[in-house]
Design a protein around this ligand. Structure first.
Ligand code: COI
Length: 354
């Protein structure tokens, strides 16, 4: 039987809303007035509250800081022209969050806390959802082990928190990406599919090396042979190869909600789709022969960001002008119309807050 959790609310007396310039939003720099905090201890979720955004107080021995039990999600909410606020497919993020929790030996967060808490928090901070097309409210649920203990064992206590903030584009230009053939993001049997903090920490050094060479991001490859394409770390990868939309199917990549939605839309438009292994060789040959007509990164933060150039073994492979890409432009336009409530929602992807 579903447990019901009372969500206590304490509203801020010091709103930051007036300081927000909705016409000049970057990614992840502004945070809304409130946050949801739920504490887990002694085998159960105890207190769930929405409180003014504020620092947390933590013991220096907090287990997540030492052994990395830390997971998160990325979700977006949009404002319709009639003022209603809608969250895009949060049920998918809820499911993925708990898959990450299980893999990291953390407790699952009950639906009543995640989904009801999300809805209530977004409703309270609805004025932070940008009214501008192209902008949205980024929602960051996360959980970490809080037990102050230095032994290596699963934390006995956890904090689940949701913070939000109005954002613009994560990437504001087409990407130059480098195929990484030495460093590894994830191996079979590991945690690549989960959205845990460590996956992002390990990407920073190899990404910086690629940025020093003038690239924006990496294309990670498989851990064993570095022959198969995985994901970009900040987003999934999708290619139009001939008449087929393909995306890497490895168990080690994050099961992206945006990617999934794009593949579903393509299918519904009669386009062939494949989720399967994609070798670097197939991609490079496809670019050289003109078979690869489109390549893009797909993610909640990244939305759909075109890839303009791919670096591999010292050579740069240029792709078509993003402005001329038929599928990418059509699917992004449709997704935007759907998310901002400008077209019908035949798939039931919009979770209306009200
Ligand atoms: C998201 O797309 O929401 C993510 O969590 C990726 C992160 C690089 C911002």
């Amino acid at each position: 039987m579903a447990h019901s959790y009372e969500i206590k609310v304490e509203l801020t007396k010091d709103s930051q809303l007036a300081k927000v310039d909705f016409n000049n939003l970057k990614f992840g720099q502004i945070l809304s007035d409130h946050m949801l905090v739920a504490d887990y201890d002694d085998g159960e979720w105890k207190e769930v509250k929405i409180v003014p955004y504020a620092n947390l107080s933590l013991s220096p021995a907090t287990s997540a800081l030492h052994y990395g039990q830390a997971i998160f999600e990325g979700i977006k909410a949009y404002k319709f022209e009639d003022g209603r606020v809608s969250i895009f497919r949060p049920d998918r993020n809820f499911d993925r969050f708990n898959k990450s929790a299980v893999r990291l030996e953390m407790p699952e967060v009950p639906r009543e806390i995640f989904m009801d808490g999300l809805k209530k928090l977004i409703d309270i901070d609805r004025s932070f959802v940008p009214p501008t097309t192209g902008a949205s409210l980024y929602i960051r649920p996360f959980m970490f082990g809080t037990e102050p203990a230095l032994g290596v064992h699963p934390s006995k206590s956890y904090k689940f928190v949701i913070i939000t903030g109005p954002v613009g584009a994560y990437y504001n230009k087409p990407l130059r990406v480098k195929v990484e053939t030495y460093f590894t993001r994830a191996a079979a049997g590991g945690v690549g599919f989960s959205k845990n903090a460590g996956n992002y920490a390990l990407s920073l050094y190899p990404t910086r090396l690629a940025q020093d060479e003038g690239f924006d991001q990496l294309i990670w490859t498989d851990a064993k042979e570095h022959k198969y394409i995985e994901e970009a770390g900040t987003a999934n990868l999708v290619f139009m190869l001939g008449d087929t939309l393909i995306t890497p199917g490895s168990e080690t990549v994050l099961q992206g909600v945006t990617r999934h939605s794009i593949m579903d839309l393509a299918k519904s438009w009669g386009i062939k789709t494949e989720t399967r292994d994609v070798s670097v060789q197939e991609l490079i040959e496809g670019i050289e022969t003109g078979k690869v007509s489109e390549a893009f990164a797909a993610g909640t933060a990244a939305t759909l960001t075109p890839i303009s150039e791919i670096g591999y073994e010292g050579k740069i492979y240029k792709l078509s002008d993003p402005a001329t890409r038929e599928f990418s432009n059509k699917v992004l336009d449709y997704l935007n119309q759907l998310r901002y409530g400008k077209v019908e929602d035949p798939f039931g992807w919009n979770f209306i807050v009200g």
